[in-house]
Design a protein around this ligand. Structure first.
Ligand SMILES: N=CN[C@@H](CCC(=O)O)C(=O)O
Ligand SMILES: [Zn+2]
Length: 402
């Protein structure tokens, strides 16, 4: 079965090599075709639909059935390469305290850990599914999901198993923080927890995960320093997992350079960067993933995306959707913040939310609209993709259900 999607006012392929694309600085690198059509084929229970043809609507081939978008814009589905969707409980009061000046230090993670441990599988599954649906309704078609609110072998495995029900991009984050019951040393303390994270917990979790991550943040008493983080990442790599790092969120530190040195796919946050960090990122194969919803929700300064882009660093933008630092699932909001607060052009922000996210997950089948690749599309209820940041806070974009 094939489907013709026609009446596309603007098709944004996010592929700079698209033939016949609009050429002007506003659309640089976006591969925008006007009055376009897309033919999508395949797709079944186990296979994703594929783009079979793109081009001008008046030259589109016939298909089994057709849908007319009546002049709306189409963009690649957003790739949200950083989220913590498996959790229970509520921390809205912590948000309120931050808005009146209380700084974030990671201590609230313990609140979510207790609520998540206490929730049943069914409760967690339903919360997770609801959050993924919320993302799709705002244009996200791929999401990475981390564990990190279980912090026992059983609870971490459970989070990864549930995450695997909604995405193949599942990340083991046993090294989120030292769990509360181990902070007084009574059941083994910090060193013993690290042994567990790199030993028995890793062994149990690796079959359910594609990635390992660590909250590398010497500025937080709850998270991990450079040497501890190196140990977690090296153990994860030896277990066959790809590497991701939470780095430089609360202050300058070793996270970014460690991520680049070990060949991580992505280092996320990058809020506080030294010149040496930027230099390392520019020369390495690690994507800098910026999470502007975190700065919004913690009142921290926004990272300087312009500095990174001008240095030639690959940049992604993601939500970090989690109950502590950013309880937003909205990629359109992140794009708007990237433009308004981080010095990105609208085109750069859209690329960071699509191709950038794909690169941060080391995927080349998503993030662009290209013949032969997955048909992950989002529809903008407007004549131009620019309405995504322009109509901030208005739900103008949704995943196209094919
Ligand atoms: N910084 C570490 N982890 C999350 C926040 C988790 C929480 O506070 O619940 C983040 O990416 O910001
Ligand atoms: Zn995070």
């Amino acid at each position: 079965m094939s489907m013709l999607i026609t009446g596309i006012g603007e098709l944004v392929t996010c592929d700079g090599g698209t033939e016949g694309a609009v050429e002007d600085p506003l659309h640089a690198g976006l591969g925008v075709l006007r009055d376009a059509a897309v033919v999508v084929g395949g797709g079944g229970e186990d296979t994703a639909p594929v783009v079979e043809w793109i081009g001008p609507a008046d030259r589109a081939p016939a298909a089994d059935w057709a849908v007319d978008l009546e002049g709306r814009a189409v963009v690649p589905g957003f790739v949200d390469s950083h989220s913590h969707l498996v959790f229970a409980g509520d921390r809205s009061a912590e948000f309120a305290a931050r808005m009146s000046g209380t700084p974030y230090d990671g201590g609230g993670i313990a609140v979510t850990v207790s609520a998540t441990r206490a929730a049943s599988d069914g409760e967690l599954r339903s919360l997770l599914q609801h959050r993924v649906q919320e993302m799709r309704s705002q244009g996200t078609t791929t999401v990475e999901v981390k564990s990190g609110y279980g912090l026992t072998v059983e609870d971490e495995v459970r989070a990864l198993r549930l995450g695997g029900e909604v995405t193949s991009e599942v990340t083991y984050l046993g090294a989120h923080v030292v769990p509360p019951e181990r902070r007084d040393g009574s059941s083994g303390g910090r060193a013993a927890y690290l042994d567990l994270v790199c030993g028995e917990m890793l062994e149990a979790c690796a079959p359910y995960a594609r990635w390992v991550d660590v909250f590398c943040e010497p500025a937080s008493p709850h998270a991990f320093d450079g040497e501890e983080s190196r140990r977690v990442l090296e153990a994860g790599r030896a277990a066959g997992l790809g590497l991701r790092v939470h780095g430089n969120q609360l202050g300058e530190g070793p996270g970014v350079r460690l991520a680049v040195e070990l060949g991580a796919a992505s280092v996320d946050h990058c809020t506080y960067l030294s010149d040496a960090d930027v230099e390392a990122l520019a020369g390495g194969g690690t994507v800098a993933t910026l999470l502007p919803g975190v700065e919004f929700s913690t009142r921290q300064p926004y990272p300087d995306a312009r500095r990174l882009l001008d240095a030639g660093v690959e940049v992604a933008v993601a939500t970090d959707c989690n109950p502590g630092t950013c309880y937003s699932s909205s990629m359109p909001l992140m794009i708007a913040l990237a433009v308004r607060e981080m010095g990105m052009t609208p085109a750069e922000a859209l690329l960071a939310a699509t191709v950038g996210g794909a690169q941060a997950l080391r995927r080349n089948d998503i993030g662009r609209v290209v013949v032969g690749r997955r048909a992950d599309l989002a529809v903008v209820d407007a004549p131009s993709w620019l309405h995504i940041p322009y109509r901030v806070g208005v739900p103008v974009v949704r995943a196209l259900e094919i």
